[in-house]
Write a protein that binds this ligand. Structure first.
Ligand code: HAX
Length: 440
């Protein structure tokens, strides 16, 4: 057994004992109540999931195993002195629950390097799609084609023992994460770079190799990828991509099937696709106003027009957060350090001053502040990646770290099939009239 897997097994064994004790003593304690409104309105605020990898505080933002993003930027090992954290370190932290040393991170990087081979039929599956296909559709189809390489479904078909679920999930997880940069880069080069592909460099770190295969072999973009892959990785368990991966995995669908399902959710415009929508919206504003640095009053008018058109302002608002997303702040700091004069970034910063008071004035929006997607595109455009339909694929590569580390924990903790209760409006009406019990 490799060292990372051994450490995970040891952590999972002690967690299992601890959770068993915890449930024996406190299993019947109530952790909340559910209102009829919550059932109809997206289940906001219902606590009903356990996700070990990260926890979201509405005011403070995300903590990964207790660490904030600025703390991770300080404490996680880096490829460049004083630079951005290596996302392999965050993966180690989420999986093992301890801050990694440089050697621990190398363990992850080495394992991913060894597992990164992508068979040709995956490229053939992507090639079979028309060029007009959205990159996220190509990506999910690429992941589904990769499922032939998964071991979990094969072992299950042969009749594997329940005790081994965690082990094969772990191996499939590592293989899948290792292969994703190649799949993502293939899609990018096929769709936008004349189908001219770049071979992987086996000795680079996970993000470094991704930057290289995408065709952006410069230190700035590579560092941006390390930051990007770190901050997009996880956002506790209830968001659409994490929850879907967990839900589908609970049916013992293997990591490939579960992750692909989650990424179909990430591809929605209210979730991860918002990163493309933000830049599309800003590009349209620039074209409309015939300037690459719109004045504040022009931005304010454009925001009003967007709202009057019955559309959302992309990159703003959140179902849980009630403050500026620290993932936005981390990207703004990167921009201010490396590209302070960039006009698109300056526009993003101007929008940040203008949008919140306008959204606040509507009186119905719970969070008028920017989320992670409000900034990422401007940084990518700075380095030349203006093909915004590709952005959600980058998000998806990063998100694999969180949702798949969680899936390993789901199997290690033997979480059962997820199956909440639903009701019909008819049954609700009968219940309100006292004519039936619906929650027994
Ligand atoms: N622009 C305009 N209206 C907005 C808005 C925005 N940015 N954010 C919320 N609203 C509206 C909602 O559409 C809702 O309107 P109705 O009552 O007319 O239906 C009202 O304000 C109340 O919504 P809320 O309770 O504040 O927000 P929700 O929890 O329902 O929705 C969303 C959260 C993220 C979906 C929402 O803020 C939104 O649509 N934002 C824009 C899209 C976006 O940036 N998505 C990315 C979110 C982060 C993420 O997952 N990244 O991957």
């Amino acid at each position: 057994m490799d060292l990372l897997k051994e450490r995970f097994k040891a952590k999972a064994d002690s967690a299992n004992i601890e959770i068993k004790e915890l449930l024996k003593e406190h299993g019947s304690k109530k952790i909340g109540e559910v209102t009829l409104g919550q059932a109809y309105q997206g289940m906001r605020g219902i606590t009903g999931l356990v996700t070990e990898t990260s926890l979201l505080d509405a005011q403070e933002g995300i903590r990964f195993r207790g660490y904030t993003i600025p703390e991770l930027q300080e404490k996680l090992p880096k490829a460049v002195e004083g630079g951005q954290p290596l996302p392999e370190g965050l993966f180690y932290l989420m999986l093992i629950g301890e801050l990694p040393t440089k050697e621990d991170v190398e363990l992850v990087t080495d394992s991913l390097q060894r597992r990164s081979h992508v068979p040709n039929h995956v490229f053939a599956a992507i090639d079979a799609l028309p060029m007009t296909t959205h990159p996220m559709t190509m990506f999910v189809i690429g992941v589904m084609a990769l499922q032939t390489e998964g071991e979990f479904s094969k072992a299950y078909a042969k009749g594997m023992n329940k005790k081994d679920y965690w082990s094969i999930t772990f191996d499939d997880t590592m293989d899948l994460i290792a292969r994703l940069p190649r799949v993502a880069a293939y899609i990018y080069r096929r769709k936008y770079k004349n189908n001219e592909h770049i071979n992987p460099k086996g000795l680079l770190d996970w993000s470094g190799n991704l930057a290289h295969m995408l065709g952006y072999d410069n230190e700035g973009f590579t560092e941006l990828m390390r930051l990007y892959m770190t901050i997009h990785a996880d956002h506790e368990g209830g968001n659409v991509s994490a929850h879907t991966t967990h839900l589908v995995g609970s049916a013992l669908s293997d990591p490939y099937l579960s992750y692909a399902a989650g990424m179909n959710g990430l591809a929605g415009p209210l979730h991860g696709l918002a990163n493309q929508e933000v830049i599309k919206w800003i590009f349209e504003m620039q074209a409309n106003l015939e300037t690459d640095l719109p004045a504040r009053e022009q931005i304010a008018k454009y925001v009003q027009d967007t709202l009057n058109g019955g559309k959302v302002v992309p990159g703003y608002g959140h179902a849980v957060l009630r403050k500026t997303d620290p993932r936005f702040t981390a990207q703004m700091e990167f921009g201010k350090k490396y590209m302070p004069e960039d006009k698109l970034c300056r526009t993003v910063w101007n929008i940040y001053e203008i949008v919140p008071p306008i959204l606040q004035s509507l009186g119905k929006i719970k969070n008028p502040w920017p989320n992670v997607d409000a900034h990422s595109g401007a940084l990518l455009v700075h380095y030349g990646m203006a093909e915004y339909e590709f952005y959600t694929v980058l998000f998806a590569v990063s998100r694999s770290l969180g949702v798949l580390a969680s899936l390993c924990w789901d199997r290690a903790l033997s979480f059962p099939l997820e199956r909440p209760k639903s009701v019909t409006t008819e049954s609700v009406k009968l219940w309100l009239e006292g004519k039936s019990e619906i929650w027994d």
